[in-house]
Ligand binder design. Structure first.
Ligand SMILES: Cc1cc2nc3c(=O)[nH]c(=O)nc-3n(C[C@H](O)[C@H](O)[C@H](O)COP(=O)(O)OP(=O)(O)OC[C@H]3O[C@@H](n4cnc5c(N)ncnc54)[C@H](O)[C@@H]3O)c2cc1C
Length: 133
């Protein structure tokens, strides 16, 4: 890793963007998923993970109506959006916080480094809520 680091471009800086969480994911039969619904910063590597969770949740909501003659899409889409927004709002916000954590200076940086150094490499308590769901 160390020998590869000098090969990284250091002369180009890419802007990173997210959006404030929204709660209007569904309009009639149109439903947002993935980045369209919850664009987030990259610090948790969760963008695609959350898109997959969206798909899984939507499938589960549709699956709840298995056997009914006419699927009620209004209910399925409403429940999908209600279920997912709770989690994705949190992930969007935490991703921002982690960005602040990576790019901090001074005393804040010293405290961060001490905290990270203090934890065992197998201690996942700060990200369990993401990966242990
Ligand atoms: C460098 C990088 C690293 C990443 N690493 C991770 C990671 O480690 N873990 C993780 O979970 N996430 C990661 N992500 C985030 C992840 O890639 C995205 O969150 C994920 O791809 C979002 O999926 P999506 O289907 O919502 O959108 P997208 O993957 O962006 O798919 C949208 C698709 O719609 C198409 N499209 C757009 N407009 C139109 C149109 N008008 N008509 C037809 N098609 C259209 C686009 O071409 C695209 O194919 C990373 C992203 C980047 C850029």
């Amino acid at each position: 890793m160390r020998s590869a680091l000098p090969n990284l471009w250091r002369d180009r800086w890419w802007r990173m963007y997210d959006r404030e969480p929204i709660d209007g994911w569904v309009d009639g039969r149109l439903a947002l998923t993935g980045d369209a619904a919850h664009p987030m910063l990259q610090y948790l590597a969760q963008g695609a993970c959350q898109a997959l969770e969206d798909a899984d949740c939507l499938a589960a909501q549709v699956g709840k109506q298995a056997g009914v003659e006419l699927l009620d899409w209004d209910i399925a889409l409403r429940d999908y959006a209600e279920t997912r927004t709770v989690r994705t709002v949190r992930v969007q916000r935490i991703a921002r916080d982690w960005g602040d954590l990576w790019h901090c200076d001074g005393l804040f940086r010293s405290v961060r480094n001490a905290m990270l150094r203090d934890r065992e490499p197998t201690d996942y308590r700060h990200v369990d809520r993401l990966y242990g769901a």
